[in-house]
Structures are given as structure tokens and as C-alpha cells.
Write a protein that binds this ligand. Structure first.
Ligand SMILES: NC(=O)c1ccc[n+]([C@@H]2O[C@H](COP(=O)([O-])OP(=O)(O)OC[C@H]3O[C@@H](n4cnc5c(N)ncnc54)[C@H](O)[C@@H]3O)[C@@H](O)[C@H]2O)c1
Length: 438
């Protein structure tokens, strides 16, 4: 595995768990050292136990040496990051560096697999970068990864499908053998062309992002016309052509994939003379959606917002991960700090990552109830399970006023009105209105 982040570490560990010998390489020497010491650098449920077991059995090793990782390997997976460059396209510098550094150590007939999400044409480019540095015969494959952070082990070991893009039977069969233990329930192993495999990953992420931006726009319209998005969602979701998945309105999508993949796909389309009107609007709609909670707070408190203390529940871009990349919480925190608010924040696992960005400008609380101490309102940004059934009397006791702005629509607005909370969700107007005291 070249690159030992969310994808490389999970993939490597799951392959080790099925009996393969795996070497995980990273350029980040401190990450490698921590892994060697048995420390897991990311939060991912179930991962620690698997890493510990396979490392102890000698099937899973960690290194910074390309010579050690690549020499004798039958498959080399490129799992490095592909962040966006300043124009919104995918930055392939890490992929190129991985390709060039592995080249001298490749074995005859090795399969070089690109698991990083990369634009169409990148696998062919990787082949050229490597071939410029070695005469060794090798095979190329594109193997997009569909795991979700927070459920990565489950997704990897029980995939809905495995997609490989290849141009040799040898590469297709080598990867089929590697994935066979995870496909025993007859889930499909799809062999397609390299370009199609590269497209599949982007098309999947772009469609999911589009669904989210679509329902967010509908939620905003619901608020304006006095409709309830939850009722609307139920009304459409029972239509078997529509369904319920990915149609939950919220404070905008974040993470390391959707935002950059939507922009990268748009950039690919435009570079090839196509247009990407839908994708550009999905991105813009999402950027605006990340502002919605702040606008609600500003509308509610008016000029007095600057002297308010706001509690924030949830900092990660979604539950069961400590990943805060492009998280809506970051946008809200930046806006509230700029408006002069004091912020009391809590996340079950992502506090440290937010501290790296905001340092001592926030008050970090050990429990979500603690954030409410003396706060004028609570904002909910991540739908962690432990936020779903709070003791509302405890909240009322700690808060200056029972006011909740919920970016994840966790509670029933009618019950919140009965509890005499001012409760504003996304696509839900408050049913019990409490005016802010001045
Ligand atoms: N995170 C996800 O949920 C997810 C899901 C599917 C696909 N992907 C895609 O997989 C790729 C990796 O994502 P991630 O979230 O694991 O990223 P990450 O940032 O967590 O990990 C990438 C790792 O690669 C290392 N690295 C960078 N350059 C290197 C080099 N030249 N040699 C060796 N190591 C190098 C970095 O130090 C880092 O540890 C991206 O293209 C991403 O879009 C991510």
C-alpha cells in the first residue's frame, strides 16, 4: 500500500486479515512510527483491533522505504491523497511521486493498482511515469474505493460490488483472487475498461452529492412556503423510483471526497470541452448551504449576536469519524468567531483535529452537555448517536434560553414545541418561538 491514510490503512489491514502479506508505506515518518508502536493515527471503528492482530501475526508491516514495500510485491496499490489544486482539478503530484518512487523496485508482472480517486486518463499517465524509469513489464489497474469513513471496515469487507478497470486478463484475475474472500455472498466483481473504472468513482460521488444538494434546496424552499421537509421526504421516499437514501437535508456535505470530487469531475468535463452545469451548481448550492445555520443565528439574534455564547455539538463532517476536512462545522465556527461570539464545542472524537485549526480560540468541552453551560443557543452539526436522545431538562437547566439550531434535523419539531424549546431545523420552521432576550 503506497499511502497509509484512511484508504491505504483500511485496505492494507483488510487484505492482511484475509491472509496476505501486506506492507503499508507512507512518506509521513511520524505516522509510520506511531503505527509501528501500535497507535492508530485515525479514528475508525474496529480498525485498531484488526491492525493490532495482523501486525502481531507479522502479516502487516509499516515502512517509509519504497525498496522494502515494493520489492517482490505482486500488487502495489496507490492510495495517496488527490487533493484539489488551485483551479479545482485533482492535484496528481502525490500520485506521480508514488509512481516514480516505486518504479525501480517493481517485480516482473507486478500489478500497479490505482485506488486513489483520479480523473480519467490518470492510470495511463501513471503507466507512462513508471515506464520512463524502468524496463520491467508490469500491469495497470484502476480499482476505485467505495468505503465510507465511519463504516470503512464493514464497507471494505462486505462491498456492494468491486470494480476493476484493466487491459490485461492477468490483472483482472490477480485482483479477482485478492478480492474473492470479500465476495463470497455473490456480490459482483465488475471488470471494465480503465477509463470506465476511473469514471465510475466520480459518477457515484457526484450523484450522491447531487442528491444532497437537491434535498437541501427543497428544504430551503419548504421553510419559505411553510412546508415541513420531513413530511415531504416521506411523501417522495416511498416512491420506489426515488427511495430514502441520501435525501436527508442538512448543513451541507463535507469530507475529503464529495467536495473535491464534484469540482474535479467538473474540471475534467470542461477541459475536454464539455459542460458541467449541474456539477457547478451542486458545488455552489453546497457552499451556500454551509452558511445556512449561521444565517439563521444572525436572523434570530440580530446585532446582539456578537455578545452571545454558542454551543456546538459535532465537529466531524459526519459521525463515527474524526475527519474534519471541509466539515460544515468549520464554516460555522469561522463565521461565528468573525461575528464576535464565544464558542463552546464538543465532538466525541474530532476535537483534536479542530484544535489544530482553531487552537485556543474555542472552549473545548468533554461532554456535549457541558457546552450548554451559560450558552445562548445550541447548534448541532454532526448526527452522532449520543446526541439523539438528550435529557432536555438538563439542557434547559444549563442553557440561558432553550434554543436549538439543528443542522441535522435530529428531533421531532412537534415534540420540541411541546417541550417549549425554540427549535429550528433545516426545512423546518420553529413551531414554538422564543424571542431572544437582549
Ligand atoms: N477517505 C475516504 O473516505 C475515501 C474513500 C474512497 C476513496 N478515497 C480516495 O482515496 C485517496 C486517499 O484518500 P485518504 O482519505 O486515504 O487520504 P489520506 O490523506 O488520509 O491519506 C493519504 C496518505 O498518503 C500519504 N502520501 C502522500 N504522498 C505519498 C507518497 N508519495 N508516498 C507515500 N505516501 C504518500 C500521506 O502522507 C497520507 O498519509 C484519495 O484519492 C481519496 O479521494 C478516499
Amino acid at each position: 500500500m503506497i499511502g497509509t491514510g484512511y484508504v491505504g490503512l483500511v485496505t492494507g489491514t483488510c487484505f492482511a486479515e484475509s491472509g496476505n502479506e501486506v506492507v503499508c508505506l507512507d512518506v509521513d515518518a511520524s505516522k509510520v512510527q506511531r503505527l509501528r508502536n501500535g497507535e492508530i493515527p485515525i479514528y475508525e471503528p474496529g480498525l485498531e483491533e484488526l491492525v493490532t492482530r495482523n501486525a502481531a501475526a507479522g502479516r502487516l508491516q509499516f515502512t517509509t522505504s519504497y525498496e522494502q514495500a515494493v520489492t517482490g510485491a505482486r500488487c502495489i496499490f496507490i492510495c495517496v491523497g488527490t487533493p484539489q489544486d488551485e483551479d479545482g482539478a485533482a492535484d496528481l503530484a502525490y500520485v506521480r511521486s508514488a509512481a516514480e518512487q516505486m518504479a525501480p523496485w517493481l517485480s516482473e508482472n507486478a500489478v500497479v493498482v490505482c485506488k486513489s480517486t483520479v480523473p480519467v486518463g490518470t492510470n495511463r499517465q501513471v503507466r507512462e511515469w513508471i515506464s520512463a524509469l524502468t524496463q520491467t513489464v508490469f500491469h495497470s489497474a484502476s480499482n476505485p474505493e467505495f468505503l465510507k469513513e465511519g463504516a470503512a471496515i464493514e464497507d471494505f469487507t462486505r462491498p456492494d460490488r468491486v470494480v476493476v478497470g484493466v487491459d490485461t486478463d492477468y490483472a483482472a484475475e490477480t485482483l479477482r483472487e485478492l478480492y474473492a474472500p470479500f465476495l463470497r455472498t455473490e456480490k459482483p466483481y465488475l471488470v471494465v475498461g480503465i477509463e470506465s473504472a476511473e469514471m465510475i468513482k466520480y459518477v457515484a460521488n457526484c450523484l450522491l452529492a447531487t442528491k444532497i444538494s437537491f434535498i437541501n434546496e427543497m428544504a430551503n424552499i419548504c421553510e419559505k412556503v411553510g412546508a415541513d421537509i420531513n413530511d415531504v421526504r416521506r411523501g417522495i421516499g416511498h416512491d420506489s423510483r426515488i427511495g430514502f437514501a441520501f435525501l436527508f437535508p442538512g448543513a451541507g456535505y463535507g469530507g475529503s471526497c464529495f467536495p473535491k470530487d464534484v469540482r474535479a469531475m467538473a474540471s475534467v468535463a470542461e477541459r475536454h470541452g464539455g459542460n458541467a452545469r449541474i456539477l457547478r451548481m451542486v458545488d455552489e448550492t453546497n457552499n451556500q448551504q454551509k452558511q445556512v445555520l449561521f444565517q439563521k443565528l444572525r436572523d434570530y439574534f440580530g446585532d446582539s449576536l456578537r455578545q452571545r455564547t454558542i454551543a456546538i455539538w459535532g465537529l466531524a463532517f459526519k459521525p463515527r469519524t474524526d475527519d474534519v476536512r471541509e466539515a460544515p462545522a468549520i464554516t460555522l465556527i469561522e463565521n461565528l468567531l468573525a461575528a464576535g461570539c464565544s464558542l463552546r464545542v464538543h465532538d466525541p472524537v474530532a476535537g483534536q483535529n479542530i484544535r489544530r485549526i482553531f487552537g485556543d480560540r474555542l472552549h473545548y468541552c468533554a461532554h456535549h452537555y457541558d457546552t450548554c453551560e451559560g450558552a445562548d443557543a445550541v447548534c448541532i452539526l454532526t448526527e452522532w448517536n449520543e446526541f439523539r436522545n438528550p435529557d432536555f431538562e438538563v439542557l434547559r437547566h444549563h442553557l440561558k434560553s432553550p434554543v436549538i439550531f439543528d443542522g441535522r434535523n435530529l428531533f421531532d419539531p412537534h415534540k420540541m414545541a411541546a417541550r417549549r424549546f425554540h427549535y429550528a431545523g433545516i426545512g423546518l420552521a420553529p413551531l414554538h418561538v422564543i424571542s431572544p432576550d437582549n
